[in-house]
Design a protein around this ligand. Structure first.
Ligand code: PMP
Length: 326
């Protein structure tokens, strides 16, 4: 018989899938690292498991404890699955711009969910950063995950996602393209690939309203770059420790409209029913096309599944309301 002993054992070893018509204008081979095959339907299962196991190992997380995190949803799902198997409780703190589906899904897997306003400064007591920190202080036997600065986030990708991409491409990968939020994925995969071959180029996808691109190019944390945006999962108004700018060769910014339109296109043209950051990643990849030559092997990572966006990017009424349909 061939079976996993629990859901945790099915995390990782996701497929690499060739992209076809949507990347027609690119000469290189473009391969998608398809992270929705994880049990929580996102790449975040990997780092949730690593963060919990590292916290258990050094005593930050104790038996029967409560795990608290400010999460946009996918990390919460990953934490919930691991917590169920290992016997912990999870409290998730979300910003109010996250889709209702994400909140419902978290409740479905037993999380307690707190919703906070988006348009307040990170140090405002109502912000989701401050609320999660306060809940962590108030809840006995709790552990505050902090995926932004927790080194186990990046480590999960250095130890699993990076090696998988290297092996699946027989070491032929030349470029890695990925959306950046906490930075765990780009930094972990990027440093692993560059250690194998320093010529691999690592590209980050950013949004308008986020600080990453400007900071990478100038070293200036420019508050004028910060404003609210629609794209989910990528971009930040802080500099998380998990973004290792030195492994990133460049950023490109994708508009909210393009990210939404390309999310729909991925489903309709490639049969890839994916989340909003996948649309941003594929549009960003097209924006970077002059960097890719014929024999290059470009790997783009898709973080999460389309089911979490049915009320938004996959709903034409919403798309029309936002002015995204011509
Ligand atoms: N896309 C989605 C849908 C996400 O949830 C996240 C995590 N915030 C990202 C992209 C960015 O990944 P990372 O945090 O590893 O930079």
């Amino acid at each position: 018989m061939n079976y996993a002993n629990n859901i945790i054992e099915t995390i990782g070893n996701t497929p690499l899938v060739k992209m076809n018509s949507i990347v027609d204008e690119i000469d290189a081979l473009v391969l998608a690292k398809y992270e929705t095959f994880n049990p929580g339907n996102s790449v975040k299962d990997r780092m949730a498991l690593q963060m919990i196991e590292d916290a258990e190992a050094d005593g930050r997380l104790k038996p029967g404890g409560t795990i608290i995190e400010g999460t946009s949803g996918n990390t919460g799902m990953g934490l919930a699955l691991v917590a169920i198997v290992k016997g912990y409780k999870v409290i998730c703190v979300l910003s109010d711009k996250q889709s209702k589906e994400k909140m419902d899904i978290l409740r479905a897997v037993g999380c307690e969910v707190h919703v906070c306003p988006t348009d307040v400064a990170p140090d405002d007591p109502r912000s989701y950063y401050s609320t999660s920190a306060r809940l962590a202080e108030e809840t006995p036997n709790s552990w505050y995950v902090n995926q932004y600065d927790n080194p186990s986030n990046c480590k999960a990708h250095y130890q699993t996602t990076g090696p998988e991409i290297w092996e699946q491409t027989d070491g032929k990968v030349t470029h890695f393209v990925v959306g950046v939020g906490t930075g765990g994925t780009i930094s972990g995969v990027g440093s692993y690939l560059k250690l194998q071959n320093p010529n691999v180029k690592v590209w980050g996808i950013d949004t308008y309203g986020s600080v990453f691109k400007k900071y990478h190019e100038t070293g200036i944390f420019d508050e004028n770059e910060i404003y609210s945006y629609v794209t989910e999962g990528i971009g930040e108004d802080i500099l998380p420790k998990n973004v290792r700018f030195e492994v990133i060769d460049g950023f490109t910014k994708v508009t909210d409209k393009d990210a939404a339109v390309y999310t729909q296109k991925l489903a309709k043209e490639e049969g890839m029913f994916l989340g909003n950051s996948a649309g941003a990643a594929v549009k960003g990849l097209l924006q970077l096309k002059e960097h890719f030559k014929k024999d290059d092997v470009v790997v783009v990572l898709f973080h999460d599944h389309g089911s979490r966006y049915v009320g938004k990017m996959y709903n034409d009424d919403w798309m029309r309301k936002m002015g995204y349909l011509d």
